[in-house]
Design a protein around this ligand. Structure first.
Ligand code: TEU
Ligand code: CA
Length: 551
């Protein structure tokens, strides 16, 4: 399976490169930067949605699965981009968003016309109860998961925004239409799918009330929606009808996934998906106010989660590996140190820690040059529906002071990862000649791709080397993972074993030098990579990462 030794690069098209000066990234902008990706050495691009959409959730609300969003370009430009990727040995994985559509999709426009409409059961309609919503579930972007429709005096389910009605997967016609659409894209030559909230497509059909916790007005739908009763049946059917007919990378974005569920979703028999994204490491700081906190992770918790996923999927399923994506803050800001002193060192350390693990690594656009959070100070600078709704809700319900919510947004808002790619030191960081749809991070004069390409010691070339190591040494792909120093609250260390070879990885997650004897016999092995040229026996320097191969 080719995707086991691949490295994936995620492009958020709206923020990658604008080729026509409208301030919005587009397909031709991607095509113009494929040489950059080829130089980095990535094997696959995961492209966030580019289908027709009113952009209520920046493309994760699709109104036509088989047409390109007008702002991003045309189908011809898509075909050219795909051909140019394949010419460079880069495969394309599309974002498949089939838990829900846009409310502007033709299916929903029909469905809401009448209870008798042939498309009525493409979505999830329920009668209200005592003049209220059918149950007490809360939507991810605020309010109830049920939206009242006067036309037919019923409510429809939407786990995200009210412009993202959930599809009814119980309906075979829905599933058949989706499989046909997926085959259509595979026939065009794409190489896989990242499946948006695919763990949510099978709901508990009784739609029971959930428990309301803390200060919330609504219940969490998770227990009745994530990993639902028929989800594996549906994915096995999708595998038979589509996935098994093509040589695809498939990765499920499985909100709420557990180890046991992952062994089913990403089983090695290939009857469902190739791998899944788990969320335990990026949800470590979720607390009383959900994700809205500026609290930092602790290394022991991080290691416990990632080591668990490494060891418990061994021989059972395949891991994806990621620090960030378009829903998460920037890696170096969240898990490293984005100050001027240690940004480069800690970004390289984080890359080492992740890329030497077992699984398929994902690089989020800009991570390879150490882009940081934007830390927007004013709510007017935010664009993300999740952030804006959360702010409004927090203010309306007085659950925290405005400055506390702003400091949480600065640390955790999805917009931190959605500020435009920083290409060079020209205006708007070379992203656009127009007015960008969202603010540019003002540190682009210090952090941009052009300068990185001129600097042999840049984070870019460090990622390039890590990616190359995966190709050179089988142990990086196949070695079995064993945790080391599992009580240490400063160093993340582990080893990989393959036959008589041992790879030892040590990463200092702090800005202090720390005692460490892990590499005292380093001269008996071969140093594959480090973010320091010189080392001191018995210690690791601030954010020092080292990888030694013993054969
Ligand atoms: O995200 C699913 C999801 O769980 C998100 O709500 C994520 O957990 C949250 O944003 C983190 O706080 C997928 C897409 O990646 C996201 O961009 C979409 O907004 C969402 O589904 C709806 O399609
Ligand atoms: Ca554009």
């Amino acid at each position: 399976m080719w995707w086991k030794n691949s490295v994936v690069y995620q492009i958020y098209p709206r923020s990658f490169a604008d080729s026509n000066g409208d301030g919005i990234g587009d397909l031709n902008g991607i095509t113009a930067h494929l040489d950059y990706l080829q130089k980095l050495g990535v094997d696959v691009v995961w492209l966030s949605p580019v289908y027709q959409s009113p952009n209520d959730d920046n493309g994760y609300d699709i109104s036509d699965y088989q047409n390109i969003m007008q702002e991003f370009g045309t189908m011809e430009e898509f075909d050219r981009m795909l051909a140019e990727m394949h010419k460079r040995g880069i495969r394309l994985v599309m974002d498949l968003v089939v838990n829900h559509t846009s409310d502007e999709h033709a299916w929903f426009i029909e469905s809401k016309k009448s209870k008798e409409n042939p498309y009525r059961d493409f979505y999830i309609w329920r009668e209200g109860k005592d003049g209220k919503e059918p149950n007490n579930w809360g939507a991810c972007f605020g309010g109830s998961t049920w939206e009242y429709d006067r036309e037919t005096d019923m409510y429809y389910l939407h786990c995200f925004s009210k412009k993202q009605p959930d599809l009814n997967w119980e309906n075979k016609a829905v599933r058949n239409n989706i499989y046909e659409m997926m085959c259509w894209w595979c026939e065009k030559g794409i190489d896989g799918f990242r499946m948006d909230v695919i763990s949510m497509i099978s709901k508990e059909q009784s739609y029971p009330n959930g428990e309301i916790h803390g200060g919330s007005s609504y219940a969490d739908f998770g227990p009745f929606v994530c990993n639902g009763p028929r989800v594996h049946e549906y994915l096995q059917e999708m595998n038979r009808e589509v996935l098994s007919k093509y040589n695809l990378l498939t990765v499920g974005e499985t909100a709420g996934v557990t180890i046991e569920e992952a062994k089913k979703y990403a089983n090695l028999d290939g009857t469902e998906l190739g791998m899944v994204f788990q969320f335990e490491h990026v949800d470590l700081t979720v607390g009383e106010f959900g994700k809205w906190t500026d609290e930092r992770f602790c290394l022991k918790d991080l290691r416990e989660v990632l080591n668990k996923w490494q060891t418990e999927l061994e021989g059972k399923a395949w891991n994806s590996l990621y620090w960030s994506n378009h829903d998460q803050p920037r890696a170096v800001s969240r898990f490293g140190n984005d100050g001027p002193m240690y940004r480069k060192l800690s970004a390289k350390m984080l890359a080492t820690c992740l890329h030497m693990m077992k699984g398929t690594p994902y690089i989020y656009q800009g991570e390879e040059i150490g882009m940081t959070n934007a830390y927007f100070e004013k709510i007017e600078e935010y664009r993300d529906i999740e952030s804006i709704h959360a702010f409004e809700d927090a203010m309306e319900r007085n659950i925290m002071a405005e400055e506390d919510m702003i400091s949480a947004l600065k640390v955790i808002s999805r917009d931190n990862a959605r500020t435009p790619m920083q290409w060079n030191r020209s205006r708007h960081a070379g992203f656009t000649t127009g007015t960008p749809w969202i603010g540019i991070n003002q540190n682009y004069l210090q952090i941009n791709a052009e300068d990185a390409l001129q600097d042999a010691d840049s984070i870019f070339y460090y990622y390039q080397k890590l990616i190359a190591l995966r190709k050179q040494y089988n142990i990086v792909v196949d070695g079995i993972f064993y945790g080391l120093l599992e009580d240490d609250d400063k160093i993340y260390a582990y080893e990989r074993i393959l036959g008589n070879q041992k790879l030892v990885v040590g990463c200092n997650f702090t800005d202090k030098k720390v005692d460490c004897t892990l590499f005292d016999n380093a001269e008996e092995g071969e140093e594959l990579i480090s973010n320091y040229k010189h080392h001191k026996k018995g210690i690791l320097k601030p954010y020092e990462a080292r990888v030694i191969l013993f054969s």
